[in-house]
Write a new protein. Structure first.
Ligand code: XMP
Length: 526
């Protein structure tokens, strides 16, 4: 597999992404990784871009052993400059930064391994279109290197060593703005590195199941929380496939879930997927603690802390049952549905002195219960988890489900959370989502939900005036939830939803649609 060494560029994780799309397994580690400490031998190494200048006093550098590992190396942007610096080339700040689209001219060197980088990649007479983003550039080639591509302003846009498989490109092949960039990465990883070990969900499942079995041994028990969301369901099903009933799923009903959610999840996980699940109805406890609380951060804190308390209590019960049965071992592991984007956050290179932060938010649980963390999805992106879910026969409507926040409806009820308010919102949300599905729009929307605004608006029903509350509908499309656009519903769909909610949900006499993008709004109302 391919080792990606990260110098902290905002695009680093896209290199991983492209390799995966090419069916190539890869792992990203901080650029400070010592080769001698690596437990596996990479088939090739890619050096990422960076916000640093290679000549800055605090600039990060790779272990020189990278170039002595006897495997091909590709440097991207800063990675190219790092190669140039290591081999004695010259890098200087450029008089005009190259940023945005550029056309590069590919040079035929006649040296087979050097020409391999761009071999077979189609482009017009004007050159290959790529995306640039750099301030420094190479002003002289290191000894024994050749130019394999250039632009009018940058004579060394791509370079290769004369006899060794060491390459550098100034542009960013990993971004989609370089339309053929993925093919350049493909040339490197497949043709030059010769990687054959395919990465696909089909091969992922047996490998991961074998890994889980090895980790958990013959007797160890695993516990994990499930929410009804995609990640925890897929993780739970995978654990069940690997170790059967030695995996104990716990679902906490916190009283602020969607309509009949606990019942539906129980049915799906136990009857359809065979997972060993206990549902704990703690809604009274949660709603009791939420009484009178209006501040959203306070609501989040109460729900988070109460969750840990309830979960630990249930886990302790399971522990006791296991202890009474000599064929069972102790609970040793806590399952988490951590995905690769969370892992990236914790492994990205953040500067020479930055402390690598932990990405999981269950530290308390791990310490109190002396558990070790097991994260079978930690190498996957969200769409890969969905693909995995489909292969594991998880129903399609669940695999494509929108995200739902941990604090649930509590952050969608403005003001105090009471059983009555929860019931109103559950009902309105159920109608909203059902109508979105009926209109065939669910999969075009990234997240949709209803919020309850506790204002009294005037209305008229029959001959009487009403003073009832307002439902706000939200639907957004987004790639990563950092920015989002509001979704443009056909008016007829909104009309139907509004009519159904005002007619069917008692206590609501008005429905509004939220037309705020993020920023300046957020996805949630609280
Ligand atoms: P915002 O409102 O920050 O939402 O634009 C972005 C995404 O995060 C979800 N979200 C949360 N998820 N606990 C969660 O587990 C929370 O407290 C929380 N707040 C927001 C939100 O639903 C959206 O998907």
């Amino acid at each position: 597999s391919i080792l990606i060494l990260d110098f902290g560029s905002q695009y680093s994780h896209l290199i991983t992404r492209r390799c995966r799309e090419l069916g190539v397994y890869c792992e990203m580690l901080p650029c400070t990784q010592k080769m001698a400490d690596l437990s596996w031998k990479p088939t090739g190494i890619i050096l990422s871009g960076s916000p640093y200048s290679v000549y800055a006093p605090d600039a990060p550098h790779v272990d020189p052993a990278v170039f002595e590992a006897g495997v091909p190396v590709l440097g991207i942007c800063y990675g190219l400059q790092e190669i140039a610096k290591t081999f004695g080339g010259n890098v200087e700040p450029h008089s005009h930064r190259e940023y945005g689209h550029a056309q590069i001219q590919i040079v035929k060197t006649g040296v087979a391994h050097a020409d391999a980088l761009f071999e077979g990649i189609q482009h017009g007479p004007e050159g290959l279109q790529v995306w640039m983003s750099h301030g420094d550039q190479l002003t002289s080639l290191p000894p024994n290197f050749m130019t394999v591509a250039h632009t009018p302003t940058s004579p060394f846009t791509a370079i290769a060593h004369e006899s060794r498989p060491i390459y550098g490109v100034q542009f960013h092949p990993e971004v989609t703005h370089s339309p053929r960039g993925k093919e350049v990465i493909g040339s490197f990883v497949k043709n030059i590195c010769g990687v054959r070990d395919g990465w696909s969900m089909d091969t992922f499942i047996p490998k991961e199941i074998a890994r889980i079995r090895e980790i958990c041994g013959d007797k160890g028990q695993v516990i994990g929380a499930v929410s009804g969301g995609v990640d925890s369901t897929v993780a739970a099903k995978l654990m069940h496939e690997a170790i059967g009933d030695r995996f104990h799923a716990i679902m906490v009903d916190n009283g602020v879930l969607r309509l009949d959610e606990a019942k539906k999840v129980k049915k799906m996980l136990t009857e359809d997927l065979g997972v060993n699940l206990t549902v704990v109805d703690a809604s009274d406890l949660f709603l009791g603690r939420l009484a009178g609380v209006e501040d959203p951060e306070q609501k989040r804190k109460i729900i988070g802390n109460t969750f840990i308390e309830v979960f630990e209590e249930k886990a302790a019960e399971i522990e006791k049952e296991c202890a009474a049965d000599s064929s069972k071992g102790p609970i040793e592991w806590l399952l988490q549905g951590t995905l690769y984007p969370d892992v990236i956050e914790s492994i990205s290179f953040k500067g020479p002195s930055a402390v690598i932060k932990s990405h999981h938010n269950v530290g308390g649980l791990l310490e109190d219960m002396k558990l070790k963390l097991i994260e079978p999805l930690r190498e996957l992106f969200k769409d890969e988890v969905r693909a995995l879910g489909r292969l594991l026969d998880i129903p399609a409507h669940l695999v494509g489900r929108h995200p739902f926040p941990g604090p649930g409806l509590a952050i969608r009820i403005l003001g105090e959370v009471t059983r009555e308010q929860v019931a109103i919102l559950q009902h309105a949300d159920e109608i909203y989502i059902a109508e979105i599905r009926a209109a065939g729009l669910y999969d075009q929307i990234s997240q949709a939900f209803a919020a309850l605004l506790p204002v009294r608006a005037v209305g008229v029903m029959g001959d009487a005036r009403t003073y009832d509350q307002v439902i706000a509908l939200r639907a957004v499309s987004t790639e990563d939830f950092m920015t989002a656009d509001w979704f443009e519903f056909p008016a007829s769909v909104l009309k139907k939803i509004s009519s159904r909610i005002t007619n069917e949900v008692r206590g609501i006499n008005r429905v509004v649609y939220d037309i705020t993008s993020k920023p300046p709004g957020t996805v949630e109302w609280l």
